[in-house]
Design a protein around this ligand. Structure first.
Ligand code: NAD
Length: 522
């Protein structure tokens, strides 16, 4: 017989998880102390199943699935279940107290928590036989999102973790095993997507441009439109919780701009206004310029990295510097930038420095910064940064060049790293720190970010694609110019580059706290 599943809390997450379990064939008991919450949940599950049936995506009939789903207002009825999954409001004491009581009522069940920010170990601490407590972190909407973070507490028995992973697989999910640290995996690694966007906006980059650049990189939404969807209050609470949980580590510091909007009640779509007003919502990005590469100025491209190679493959250029109209310097290291024979305008890659910082290296030539992030797609936005002295011949050539190749081109304030690369570099650095701390394996980390957030590729695979060395050099440059700890490259990234490795999957001997290796006898 299929194991019985009890779900505690019939809100957004509880009812989604209940639906998943019922669709997978389990008898499900959904508990909530509020009868209206149960009525609402049943109606929502029924409507969702009906839609799935109409699209031919339901195994069996709506009635069969609903027939497996019972509701109750009596906690005692959960005593017989093999699995208990709680999805009650995010309060530590409430979860401890409920799971503690359930642990007494039901001595055998695995007790799972769907907490998104609380410590699973702290919840387990109040449960009789805490070795059967595990985190099962579903994503919203639970019935559709494939990712489940399976989070062992320090007390959890290995067999319970394996059963939880296996259960999630049977439910058609893609579980990843994740360490019990603040934000777990996805909510932690994703912090810079919001945090760095807020920094850039706070320093004068328009939010519409930040959203456009990041969408251009393949993210399903820009950070500001995404915060509006999630709710600024929910996003701010997640930022605060990770910051607090990490003992005020500066790179997780929330931004005053978040507090300002939350305090003003501008919470996003749900209140009609957040970063944007609804309706109409964020402005549609302007149509990309018509490509006419033949009309582009002729570039002499310098640099050995994947971006330079991609530009040489696809963009108008010459191998002979004397024929060129300008130099497109794709080297990352500021110290290397200088040595040109010809007196041409220079458009220089700004991943590790601002245009203003690069300017003195090129003598009297006009200099502009640029950023484009590989792999280049149709919507990749070219960012052009003029030095603080103002637009010049180089920034004008850069604009004409990228537009002639069909790329939307934005003239942005002179920020080291630009927008797209700076956000990506910090996502990569955060992913490396999570890897180093054993939060997950490299493969699980990339998979989780793709499935949990819709990122076009995982941050580690993206780093490998751009090459690890340019990412490291760019972070060193950002750290030097911006002078803050949040840009400091993680020591593991330094070691991987020093060891000459090109991928994170090839690191030997990395101990993952969340992935204990078999104990070895001496
Ligand atoms: P929700 O407010 O939609 O639902 C909570 C439910 O718990 C409500 O139906 C409420 O009546 C019920 N409840 C309140 N007190 C209770 C009690 N004493 N006993 C049993 N039930 C009680 O919340 P949600 O969004 O479903 O979140 C639930 C949990 O899932 C939280 O821990 C949250 O952090 C986590 N989570 C939420 C999301 C999300 O996107 N909403 C995603 C992942 C995880």
């Amino acid at each position: 017989m299929n194991e019985r599943v009890a779900i505690i809390g019939a809100g957004t997450m509880g009812r989604g998880i209940a639906q998943v379990a019922a669709q997978a064939g389990h008898p499900v008991l959904l508990y909530d102390p509020y009868p209206q919450a149960l009525d609402k949940a049943l109606a929502a599950v029924g409507a969702d199943l009906q839609k799935a049936a109409e699209k031919g995506r339901l195994a069996g009939t709506v009635e069969e699935v609903l027939g497996r789903l019972q509701t109750t207002g009596e906690l005692e009825r959960c005593a017989e279940a093999e699995w208990v999954i709680e999805a009650v409001p995010e309060q530590l004491e409430l979860k401890q107290q409920l799971l503690g009581k359930l642990g007494e009522l039901n001595p055998r069940a695995v007790l799972a928590t769907n907490t998104s920010t609380l410590s699973v170990s702290a919840i387990a601490a109040k449960v009789p036989r805490p070795q059967r407590v595990v985190g099962l972190h579903f994503f919203n909407p639970a019935q559709r999102m494939k990712l489940v973070e399976v989070i062992p507490a320090v007390q959890t028995d290995e067999k319970v973790v394996e059963r939880a992973l296996e259960l999630a697989r049977r439910w058609g999910k893609e579980p990843v095993r994740v360490g019990d640290f603040p934000g777990f995996l996805v909510n932690r690694v994703a912090r810079p997507f919001y945090g760095e966007a807020l920094r850039l906006h706070g320093e004068g980059v328009p939010k519409e441009h930040i959203d456009q650049v990041l969408r251009g990189l393949g993210f399903p939404m820009g950070p500001f439109e995404l915060m509006d969807l999630i709710g600024l209050d929910v996003n701010y609470a997640a930022s605060q919780s990770v910051f607090k949980g990490m003992y005020a580590e500066p790179r997780y510091r929330p931004h005053a701009l978040q507090y300002q909007r939350v305090a003003a009640g501008m919470l996003g779509r749900k209140t009609g206004e957040g970063w944007y007003k609804y309706p109409p919502g964020p402005p549609a990005p302007p149509a990309p310029p018509k490509a006419d590469p033949a009309s582009a100025p002729l570039a002499f491209i310098v640099g050995p990295n994947p971006l330079a190679e991609e530009l040489r493959r696809r963009f108008r250029h010459t191998e002979e510097v004397r024929e060129a109209d300008f130099v497109l310097d794709c080297r990352v290291l500021l110290e290397r930038k200088a040595d040109f024979l010809e007196d041409l305008p220079v458009v220089t890659l700004a991943w590790g420095h601002s245009a203003s910082a690069a300017r003195p290296n090129y003598g009297a030539r006009p200099v502009a910064g640029f950023s484009l992030v590989p792999p280049l797609g149709e919507h990749s936005v070219a960012e052009v940064m003029a030095p603080l002295s103002g637009p010049n011949a180089a920034s004008e050539i850069a604009r004409r060049y990228f537009e002639a190749h069909g790329h939307p081109t934005l003239l942005l304030p002179d920020q080291p790293g630009g927008v797209g690369f700076r956000v990506l570099a910090l996502l990569i650095n955060e992913a490396v720190s999570a890897l180093a701390e054993g939060v997950a394996t490299a493969a699980d980390l990339d998979k989780a970010m793709r499935l949990g957030t819709g990122y076009p590729r995982g941050p580690l695979e993206w780093a490998e694609l751009v090459w690890l060395k340019p990412v490291l050099r760019a972070l060193e440059g950002l750290h030097a110019e911006l002078g803050e700890d949040r840009y400091r490259p993680h020591p593991l990234l330094r070691r991987v580059v020093a060891a000459g490795l090109e991928s994170f999957g090839s690191i030997a001997g990395l101990t993952a706290t969340a992935n204990p290796v078999e104990e070895q006898s001496a």
